[in-house]
Ligand binder design. Structure first.
Ligand code: UD1
Ligand code: CA
Length: 489
């Protein structure tokens, strides 16, 4: 907490979110760009390093509390058992802190858990204007094209100062025509807030304690009421239903892609490219169409990912190429390649210049420098040494039905196509295995492992057993002596 940090940020997240029509998830746990709605509010609040960071929870509170503890341990959850309005929510938060002996002094920021486009920068600007103007309260407002549903900002005819906020349901027709709305985000003087909340009544259309009433209360008591108008109204958009959720995701994604492009990343098709907030990158990375980068995925310098790839918590090394690939918790080394049609699962680690080719699945396995698994294979719980080539259609048979076992293949090996490596098993450095082998025993360095039955041919079998078929006809034709071809003079 620095000198101009607020004493507290209170995030309101107790509401029902009925318009999301969800039986499973409270509104604030819906995600955009890899972070829950309440997570976005907490992340913005954390940028202010407040003395206290409180999230008011209510509806499906166990789920929200669990989520906060797991992902945002810096936030303290306070329960508002009944949702009696935004004023009641803030009062509950302040009373809970007071009961713990925490008396707030300075600025309290109140923000909402359903506005994921709101940044720390906007909160800082609000807190800055609040302090500079010496206000008792400062509200973040926006001029919007469609004000329906929002509280409207009533300004004094004489000096233009904010006089009050009137809710949609309490507004007159003339007031409903106002297009400056309350974002639901405020900076308050802590002591004045406590006093004003004590005066808020439930005398309104919804029978709730409105936080917005504190503005009129403070103004009547002679305190300065200020407003900061958001430069872009889209920054304050609140989410009430899944249409708005998708719209917010689009807007935030555009912001994230723009930041990446300005930092030197080529995004070929922004319309079909999706970034999570934690994605990081280096210059000259290229993202091809229909690609989703999730979690803490990182793109190294000059790598190329996509098209049609979903990469989650995956590191892509400099100059690596990954196409038509699904990856989760994988590491692709410098100049390594994956795909098309590769599946890299947690713990797949490709060293420099390694290759995982077409229709290959890799899990919890390391491929050494330049090692290759080019075609149609499953590599699980394996270590593959540098310079080794694994033949097409090979499987590390890692699971005995109860336990998983490791396959170790040394450096510069050449394993044949269609090998089953029955783990635990070790192939020594420089060893070969024959195509079609089931490898149950270790192969020593430099040895050849072969395990397959001798082939025997039964002559004339098709003509005897499948007479009259096209196969039999082809066999008969092959048996006739070749027509004489004149030799050239
Ligand atoms: C509120 C504002 C309105 C503003 C709008 C911005 C009031 C009275 N109205 O209206 O002026 O334009 O937000 O989006 O403040 N919440 C609680 N406990 C409660 C009630 C609400 O924690 O008892 C939380 C909700 O989870 C939500 C936020 O407060 O995150 C706003 O509540 P909501 O019911 O969405 O208020 P609006 O009617 O949208
Ligand atoms: Ca709302």
């Amino acid at each position: 907490m620095s000198a101009n940090s607020p004493a507290a940020v209170v995030v309101l997240a107790a509401g029902g979110g009925t318009r999301m029509k969800s039986n499973r998830l409270p509104k604030v746990l819906h995600e955009v760009c890899g972070r829950s709605l309440v997570g976005h509010a907490v992340a913005a609040a954390e940028e202010l390093t407040p003395g206290q960071l409180v999230v008011v929870i209510g509806h499906m509170r166990e789920k929200v509390a669990e989520h906060l503890a797991a992902h945002h341990p810096g936030a303290r959850a306070v329960v508002q058992a009944e949702q009696n309005g935004t004023g009641h929510a803030v009062r509950t938060a302040l009373e809970t802190l007071a009961a713990d002996g925490i008396e707030l002094d300075g600025t309290v920021i109140v923000t909402t858990g359903d506005a994921p486009l709101l940044t720390g920068g906007t909160l800082r600007a609000l807190a800055g204007a609040h302090a500079e103007q010496g206000n008792g309260v400062t509200v973040l407002t926006a001029v919007v094209p469609e004000p329906f549903g929002y509280g409207r900002i009533l300004r004094d005819q004489a000096d233009g100062a904010v006089a009050a906020i009137v809710e949609e349901k309490d507004a007159s027709d003339a007031q409903r025509a106002i297009d400056e709305i309350n974002s639901g985000v405020f900076a308050f003087d802590a002591k004045l807030l406590v006093g004003a909340l004590a005066e808020v009544t439930t005398d309104n259309a919804q029978g709730e304690e409105y936080l917005t009433d504190t503005l009129e209360i403070l103004r009547r008591a002679g305190h300065r009421v200020g407003a900061v108008v958001a430069a872009d109204y889209r920054d304050i958009l609140g989410i009430n239903d899944r249409v708005q959720l998708a719209h917010a995701r689009r807007l935030l994604n555009d912001r994230l892609l723009e930041r990446a492009m300005r930092a030197g990343v080529t995004v070929v098709d922004p319309a079909t490219t999706w970034f999570d907030v934690q994605v990081s990158y280096e210059p000259d990375a290229v993202v091809l169409p229909n690609t989703q980068l999730q979690g803490e995925t990182h793109l190294g310098e000059g790598c190329e990912v996509g098209p049609n790839s979903t990469l989650k918590d995956t590191r892509i090394g400099a100059g690596a190429r990954v196409s038509n690939t699904t990856a989760d918790g994988a590491e692709v080394g410098e100049l390594a390649t994956a795909g098309p049609y590769a599946y890299l699962r947690p713990g797949a680690r490709l060293a420099r210049k390694a290759k995982v080719g077409t229709y290959v699945e890799v899990k919890n396995s390391e491929l050494g420098e330049g090692a290759k698994v080019p075609h149609l294979s499953y590599i699980g719980d394996a270590t593959i040494g540098e310079g080794t080539n694994v033949g097409a259609a090979s499987v590390t048979v890692n699971y005995d039905g109860v336990n998983k076992h490791r396959t170790v293949i040394g450096a510069h090996c050449r394993t044949g196509s269609d090998n089953m490596f029955i783990a635990p098993v070790t192939i020594g450095d420089g060893a070969y295995t024959a195509a079609g082998s089931v490898i149950t025993n270790d192969v020593p360095a430099g040895g050849l492992g072969v395990s397959r039955a001798q082939q025997r041919n039964i002559a004339g079998w098709v003509e005897r057993k499948r007479p009259g078929t096209t196969s039999a006809q082809a066999a008969a034709a092959a048996a006739e002596p070749a027509a004489e071809v004149p030799t050239e003079a």
